[in-house]
Ligand binder design. Structure first.
Ligand code: HXC
Length: 257
């Protein structure tokens, strides 16, 4: 891996992926995205990992897709390169994926953060979709996910002007879960990850799927989907253990079966 760093057990059951192209503010070139896809697929299969954290560095989570790599491409080049199939695979990660964002999360960087399940932000985090300033528009979900998160008016403002959204404002709009001082970003993110990692990974996965389904379907179908996943948890040892532990007034131990 040249452009990312993976620590499988950064803390028990929690993996850490660091984007690592610091000189280019973690601009997301094709190779970086493919490495990220491969790492996520491997961690998804690794039973020792229950939660994944994705981060950049203090200066940047990621300043967008690599403009230098795209600048001269034709529409057909872009179609043939088909970079979004990699993004689609990343989106299919089953385990909880938490973005820890400091500094710039712009363009594809903002879209990558929004593809994660939760976003923890440091006080220096800046979110934006500035593609309009370079004559294009968001291409990895920005017009859709930002609008779902912020609502139409704010999303229009950000995408049509290319303005940045500061961390506190992002929190106000519900784009991020929490804003913390820079030095607390990873400790706080690990704390959140550890809380999830001690729960049933089966229930966590089924809950994540059901929440994501709410963005893709109408209420009736979403409720039916949730109900099927709810019933499915009753086929797991973890559900038996969780309810038994409650009755016996002890802490449950979840095995992911
Ligand atoms: C390639 C980038 C880059 C990017 C920064 N760099 N962003 N290279 N692609 N997206 C490089 C710069 O060229 C420079 O390298 C180095 O990183 C440091 O950047 P500076 O501009 O010198 O830093 P600064 O003055 O602090 O400004 C930071 C910045 C600015 C405001 C974040 O870099 C910027 O505006 N970047 C582009 C943001 C953007 O438009 N993102 C959207 C991209 S399109 P050198 O070697 O020149 O010194 C997109 C479409 C997504 O994401 C579609 C789906 C994939």
């Amino acid at each position: 891996m040249e452009f990312i760093k993976v620590t499988e057990q950064a803390q028990p059951s929690v993996a850490l992926i660091e984007l690592n192209r610091p000189k280019e503010l973690n601009a997301l070139n094709k190779q970086l995205m493919e490495e990220l896809r491969d790492a996520l697929q491997a961690l998804d299969k690794n039973e020792a990992v229950r939660v994944i954290i994705l981060t950049g560095n203090e200066q940047a989570f990621a300043a967008g897709a690599d403009i230098k790599q795209m600048a001269d491409k034709s529409a057909i080049d872009m179609l043939v390169i088909d970079q979004f199939s990699t993004w689609d695979q990343i989106r299919k990660t089953k385990k909880p994926l938490i973005a820890a964002v400091s500094g710039f999360a712009l363009g594809g960087g903002c879209e990558l953060a929004m593809m994660c399940d939760m976003i923890m932000a440091s006080e220096t985090a800046r979110f934006g979709q500035p593609e309009i300033k370079i004559g294009t528009i968001p291409g990895a979900g920005g017009t859709q996910r930002l609008t779902r998160a912020l609502g139409k008016a704010k999303s229009m403002e950000l995408i049509l002007t290319g303005r940045f959204l500061a961390a506190e404002e992002a929190h106000f709009y519900g784009l991020v879960n929490k804003v913390v001082p820079v030095e607390m970003l990873l400790p706080e993110t690990f704390k959140l990850a550890a809380e999830i990692a001690q729960l049933s990974p089966i229930a966590v996965q089924l809950a994540k799927e059901a929440i994501n389904r709410s963005f893709e379907t109408h209420l009736d179908e979403g409720l039916a989907y949730e109900r099927r996943n709810f019933y499915l948890t009753f086929a797991s040892e973890d559900q038996k253990e969780g309810m038994k532990a409650f009755v016996e007034k002890r802490k449950a131990t979840y095995v992911g079966r």
